[in-house]
Design a protein around this ligand. Structure first.
Ligand code: 5GP
Ligand code: ZN
Length: 110
């Protein structure tokens, strides 16, 4: 846990968020400024800054994040219609919050 990281605080229930899913390793919560009818953020509980900071042993954790995306897709009844999973990395990738997260976007085309 990194003291000033908002997503670490959300994962630790120290900051408010609408949490839609959580387990030992992964948390998913609603994005505060939704850009689609369904816009969730999927994060590993453990603080990893970005894709650029991933290490080999993190591979399983990343897989778990994507399995949560599948689960959310099913829970929202979007498995067949589909959804988008985005990850912004670094300044030119548009990353604003430096705790690795996947955007889960559904309910809108394009
Ligand atoms: P990114 O770093 O991938 O570009 O974007 C970070 C995302 O986190 C944005 O979509 C923003 O709306 C969302 N976000 C930033 N701060 C908070 C927060 O405190 N709570 C929640 N739920 N979402 C946040
Ligand atoms: Zn963090």
């Amino acid at each position: 846990m990194t003291g000033s990281c908002i997503f670490c605080k959300i994962a630790a229930h120290e900051s408010a968020a609408e949490i839609e899913y959580e387990d030992e390793d992964v948390v998913a919560f609603k994005d505060i400024y939704p850009k689609a009818p369904i816009h969730l953020l999927i994060i590993p509980r453990r603080h990893i800054e970005s894709l650029a900071r991933l290490d080999e042993p993190d591979a399983v954790l990343l897989g778990r994040c994507l399995l949560v995306a599948r689960r959310l897709g099913e829970a929202y009844g979007m498995a067949e219609r589909g959804y988008r999973v985005n990850c912004h990395c670094g300044p030119e990738g548009g990353q604003v919050v430096y705790h690795l997260h996947f955007h889960f976007l559904a309910g809108r085309r394009g």
